[in-house]
Design a protein around this ligand. Structure first.
Ligand SMILES: O=c1ccn([C@H]2C[C@H](O)[C@@H](COP(=O)(O)OP(=O)(O)OP(=O)(O)O)O2)c(=O)[nH]1
Ligand SMILES: [Mg+2]
Length: 147
């Protein structure tokens, strides 16, 4: 079990902190901390505040992912999916939504707009070399094994 600290930001006291909607949900739903309803016209993107900042242990990252219901019903998704929240980021968590649908979509204050999934991220040291170890695959890729 990892402990992650959440801090509500000024003006967002009424916004629900990220919340799991079922016991074993992978994601914590994120709520829109928009002051006024925001209308996303078809094809448009908007950075939506969530009203909180957080601090997690350095072995974690958090991914911001779309909600499938919004994607299926309205074409609303995260443009940079999955968004990456670094363990050392202390700014407000924001969600970059895009409307891939045909209709304008209104985001109301407090609405659940995306979800956040925590992951353990291996920290890696880079070593520059002249030769890489051989493999059977070699440089084959991008469908070289067939359809
Ligand atoms: O959907 C997202 C993606 C990122 N961030 C915040 C947290 C993350 O730690 C920071 C930087 O994100 P990223 O590394 O993806 O963006 P960048 O363009 O590389 O910016 P930077 O130069 O600040 O790292 O922005 C969000 O709030 N929401
Ligand atoms: Mg970056």
């Amino acid at each position: 079990m990892y402990r992650v600290k959440f801090k509500r930001l000024p003006g967002s006291e009424d916004i629900q902190l990220p919340q799991k909607m079922s016991e074993w949900a992978a994601g914590f739903d994120l709520h829109a901390a928009v002051q006024e309803p925001v209308t996303l016209a078809p094809g448009m993107r908007q950075l939506i505040p969530t009203g909180f900042a957080m601090a997690m242990p350095p072995e974690l990252e958090a991914q911001i992912r779309p909600r499938s219901g919004l994607a299926y019903k309205h074409g609303i998704t995260c443009l940079n999916s999955p968004g990456t929240i670094d363990a050392d980021y202390r700014g407000e968590v924001k969600v970059l939504l895009i409307n891939h649908g045909q209709e304008p979509f209104v985001i109301e204050r407090g609405e659940r707009i995306a979800q956040m999934v925590f992951q353990v991220v291996p920290h890696v040291d880079i070593e520059e070399v002249d030769e890489l170890p051989d493999t059977v695959r070699g440089e084959g890729g991008f469908g070289h094994t067939g359809k």
